[in-house]
Each structure stands twice: as structure tokens, then as C-alpha cells.
Design a protein around this ligand. Structure first.
Ligand SMILES: [Mn+2]
Length: 320
């Protein structure tokens, strides 16, 4: 089996993508590869299933590289940060029909792909891609470094989560030597929130409920809130971070109502409770400390299910 990216780029046309409504890691890794291929005069298209808009706090990334004219068929596709093909959204078919599917990821055991370059212990997909670039002696220029660093920053919660290893810092150091601008990226992602979004945040704080027995904090955003505060839904990814601040909680949940009335849940854990397990009851997934899911059930039903699962986990931890 070939394990070099460069071995696959001859079989065009090439498509680069990642999970639906991509985050800093999916975007950063996809753009880094696109920039490399561009530098080699290798033609490729990059796009994602974006149901709303790309978030403004990641607009230091080269958004202009997204192709607006896609082909019907691609022979080679590169998929980033996507553990399950259903997470490709509208591009699932295009990807699965390709001759070569190269999956680069840090999710546990992606369920598709002819070639999988994966490390579930890596903090970010950009970390996996960085190693791949190094293995293949690919030069990582300033722009590529900014892209790779973005995934590293967002997926480690700006170098704070437990996945922040010494290797993460070594990679970050090398990206900085290559010209990556840490302070500019951090300021754009975390240091500035639109005033309207900040007032919406105060509403979300007001709605936080703490279940002290279960050490579980949760809050909720409704479609009406987006209208009332004139905030675009894609600008609200940071809201879970304020819910997880509650010191008395080990598990945090933010439910976000979708346009069709269903709910998306973001789960965070800072203890021994595996939120990936909890998300999986609703068919969702992610990582031990951060996961997500979608559900057509009512918030009351979702909360009851989650509380039941937390109670079970606590009981299991106690009896171990
Ligand atoms: Mn990721």
C-alpha cells in the first residue's frame, strides 16, 4: 500500500474535503494540502458541505481557495477530519465514488477510505498532516503553517486540553519558525466576539442549569435567539465554552435548535466520564472529552437520556 500523498496526486481530478460545516482543524488541514498542491502546479478543488456560512473567526484562513466550480466526478479525493462518510454531507456520494479515497484523520477508526493515514492519539488532523509532510520532505511555507497551526490551536483548546503533548508544542514551534502568526490567529479565533454574539452569550449564561448531584451543566439556544440577537448560527461555536466553565460541573452540554426544529448537542467532559459514549446514544461521536450529536427528540427527552447515562457512568466509576 502506498502511503505517500504524492503518489496519489497523479490520478486527477483531485477533490479535497472534510466534515460538514468544517471547523478550524478540517479547514486548516484541507487548505494546507491545497496550498501544497498549488505550489506544485497540481490542480485540485476544495469544498465542504457548508449548510450556513463559514465562521468569521476563522477567516484568516484562505477561504478564497474554496472552489465554486466543481466537477461531477473525481478520481482522487482527500478527506480530512471526518470519522464517518455520512459526515461528508452532500459530498458523501462524490467521495465514495472516487477511485482513491485518502482519509487523513485523528478520529478513532474512520469507517471508510482506501488509504487511511490516522492517529487517534493525535491532537488534531493538522498534526497528522504535518507529520506526513515531514515524512515526505514537503516544505511547509508560512501560509501552510498558519493553516496547520489553526487546527492545532482549535483542537487543543489553545494548548489547554489533555491532548496537548510535548509533540504538539514541538510542531507549533516549528510552524512558528516557518512564519506562522500565533497571536494574529488566536486574536481572530478567541480574542474578538461581535457585540451581538456577546449579548447572546449572556442569555445562554442566564439559562445554564446545574445538576449538582450529577455535576452536569447545560444550556440551550433557540432559533429565535439568532433572530432576536441578529447572530448567525455559525458564529456561536464558542458558546459551549462558557457552559463548560461551571466549576461544579464535569459534564457540560449545549443544545442548539436547528432550522428544522431538531437539536444539535455539544458535549464536553473534564473528568472520567466519556462524552463520546453519551453522544453515541444519539448516533453522534467525537472524542472522550468533546463530542457532538443530533436528535429529533425534545430537549426534555434528550436531557433525561443524558442524565441517565451520566448516572450510569458515575455508578460504574464508583464500583470499579
Ligand atoms: Mn479535528
Amino acid at each position: 500500500m502506498k502511503t505517500k500523498l504524492i503518489d496519489y496526486v497523479e490520478n486527477g481530478p483531485i477533490f479535497i474535503t472534510g466534515h460538514v460545516n468544517p471547523d478550524g482543524d478540517a479547514l486548516g488541514s484541507a487548505f494546507a494540502l491545497k496550498l501544497f498542491l498549488d505550489s506544485q502546479n497540481i490542480i485540485s478543488d476544495v469544498d465542504f458541505d457548508i449548510t450556513t456560512k463559514l465562521p468569521s473567526n476563522l477567516n484568516h484562513l484562505p477561504y478564497h481557495l474554496i472552489s465554486d466550480d466543481l466537477k461531477e466526478k473525481y478520481n482522487t479525493v482527500f478527506v480530512f477530519d471526518c470519522g464517518n462518510s455520512s459526515r461528508l454531507g452532500k459530498y458523501e456520494e462524490v467521495v465514495l465514488e472516487a477511485e482513491n479515497i485518502v482519509v487523513i484523520d485523528h478520529h478513532v477508526d474512520p469507517s471508510f477510505g482506501d488509504v487511511q493515514i490516522i492517529d487517534p492519539h493525535a491532537a488534531s488532523t493538522t498534526q497528522v498532516l504535518f507529520r506526513q509532510f515531514k515524512d515526505e520532505n514537503i516544505e511547509i511555507n508560512e501560509e501552510m503553517s498558519n493553516c496547520l497551526l489553526t487546527g492545532l490551536i482549535t483542537d487543543t483548546g489553545r494548548f489547554q486540553y489533555s491532548n496537548t503533548t510535548s509533540e504538539v508544542f514541538s510542531i507549533a514551534a516549528e510552524l512558528l519558525s516557518n512564519g506562522a502568526n500565533l497571536s494574529k490567529i488566536s486574536e481572530n479565533i478567541y480574542g474578538s466576539i461581535e457585540f451581538n454574539a456577546l449579548t447572546l452569550q449572556s442569555k445562554i449564561i442566564e439559562r445554564i442549569v446545574l445538576n449538582e448531584d450529577l455535576q452536569f451543566a447545560h444550556s440551550i439556544v433557540f432559533q429565535n435567539d439568532y433572530k432576536d440577537f441578529q447572530v448567525e448560527p455559525e458564529e456561536t461555536d464558542f458558546l459551549i465554552d462558557v457552559v463548560r466553565l461551571v466549576k461544579e460541573s464535569t459534564v457540560a452540554l449545549l443544545l442548539k435548535e436547528q432550522e428544522d426544529g431538531s437539536f444539535k448537542g455539544s458535549l464536553r467532559s473534564r473528568g472520567d466520564i466519556d462524552v463520546q459514549k453519551i453522544a453515541s446514544i444519539f448516533g453522534g461521536g467525537g472524542h472522550v472529552a468533546a463530542s457532538g450529536f443530533s436528535s429529533n427528540q425534545s430537549p426534555e427527552f434528550i436531557l433525561e437520556k443524558i442524565e441517565h447515562e451520566i448516572r450510569k457512568s458515575i455508578w460504574l466509576l464508583f464500583t470499579l
